[in-house]
Design a protein around this ligand. Structure first.
Ligand code: HEM
Ligand SMILES: *[C@@H]1O[C@H](CO)[C@@H](O)[C@H](O)[C@H]1NC(C)=O
Ligand SMILES: *[C@@H]1O[C@H](CO)[C@@H](O)[C@H](O)[C@H]1NC(C)=O
Length: 319
């Protein structure tokens, strides 16, 4: 009797713990909407052909969705008079972009398989395809997430680390979501593509003296005026060598003290992540495989599954 009770309790505990990430799988739409893969791939391909930066912008959307109450499409909800979403939160306002590409994909998918594919899953496939199209690794994406019926501007403000973060903060922020120090370094390698605004790197290039290549700082200062408020939105590439190719040059920059953001250079600043940066700099395939592993882990952050949430018809609003 006692062992039956213990067995029943451990089964219950197993189900309670196993409700989230355990349910995602790569063949989730294999019978209900196999077209999702070619539709997303070709839409991302066209968007990148039109504007190369879009691949970076789309990859970032998945990060900004997953870090805020899990990968649940909450980032995509527009504000309404009664509701403030995440788009105008500090890390996203004037910065997160690519929402029209998601809309276009969603409307095509709704014509082919209505009510089946979540916006959260579209973000996951789009992120993978952006990386693959720009020359990075390809992998099987785990699917089966459902969409949130709410969003939180406060959580977006508080959960996405700012570029002023020090290493300790980044490590604990990632750890709180189940991501290791290695995942932190590998995922930061996403900054091998895309652009940042002057307002996010001004303090680094003007006030840091430590761990900053002065020629690089001068180059960046030429398009980022020192006084707050002027040229705030001027852009610079996160990877000065190859900003439109998903390669390991980001780590080369860090080793040469040419990280653009304070948070980037923190990963190579005499601390415990230096050796990981070195490994990825020396060995592009170890970066590629650790990046894939970390993207899958990030995609597993608290998804809604089963009967939780919904499959939104329009990614911008709840049904
Ligand atoms: C480790 C902590 C991180 C910090 C502090 C951080 C911060 C930033 C900042 C400040 C920007 C520039 C935004 C702007 O100026 O408008 C940026 C851009 C970007 N971030 Fe991160 N990020 C982090 C991690 C990540 C991760 C994990 C990913 C994806 C896996 C990612 C992908 C990107 C991409 C691709 C861009 C360029 C976007 C574009 O050009 O539109 N970042 N990040
Ligand atoms: C192409 O990119 C430009 C910005 O470079 C943008 O304004 C335009 O809307 C894009 N067109 C399409 C069809 O995506
Ligand atoms: C989030 O940050 C933005 C920009 O700093 C601010 O305007 C907004 O009030 C913040 N939202 C909350 C709920 O704290």
């Amino acid at each position: 009797m006692a062992s039956f009770v213990t067995g029943a309790i451990s089964l219950l505990v197993f189900f309670l713990i196993g409700t989230s990430s355990a349910q995602l799988c790569s063949d989730f739409y294999s019978r209900t909407c196999p077209q999702v893969f070619p539709v997303v791939r070709s839409a991302v391909y066209s968007a990148i052909l039109n504007e190369t930066r879009m691949g970076a912008s789309l990859l970032r959307l998945f990060f900004h969705d997953c870090f805020v109450n899990g990968c649940d499409g909450s980032l995509l909800l527009d504000d309404t008079p009664l509701f403030t979403g995440e788009k105008r939160a500090a890390p996203n306002f004037n910065s997160a972009r690519g929402f029209e590409v998601i809309d276009e994909i969603k409307s095509t998918i709704e014509m082919l398989c209505p009510g089946v594919v979540s916006c959260a899953d579209i973000l996951a496939i789009v992120a993978r395809d952006s990386v693959a199209i720009l020359g990075g690794p390809n992998w099987n994406v785990k699917l089966g997430r459902r969409d949130a019926r709410t969003a939180s501007q406060l959580a977006a403000n508080n959960s996405i680390p700012p570029p002023t973060s020090n290493l300790d903060f980044l490590v604990s922020n990632f750890n709180s979501l189940g991501l290791s120090i290695k995942d932190l370094v590998a995922l930061s390698g996403a900054h091998t593509i895309g652009q940042a605004r002057c307002t996010n790197f001004r303090d680094r290039i003007y006030t840091e003296t430590n761990n900053l290549d002065s020629i690089f700082a001068q180059l960046r200062a030429s398009n980022c005026p020192g006084n707050t408020g002027s040229g705030d939105n001027n852009l610079a590439p996160l990877d000065l060598q190859s900003p439109t190719t998903f390669d390991n040059n980001y780590f080369n920059n860090l080793v040469n003290r040419r990280g653009l953001l304070h948070s980037d250079q923190q990963l190579y600043n005499g601390g415990p992540t230096d050796s990981i940066v070195r490994t990825y700099y020396d060995n592009p395939s170890s970066f590629a495989s650790d990046f894939v592993e970390a993207m899958i882990k990030m995609g597993d952050i608290r998804p809604l599954t089963g009967y939780s949430g919904e499959i939104r018809r329009n990614c911008r609003r709840i049904n």
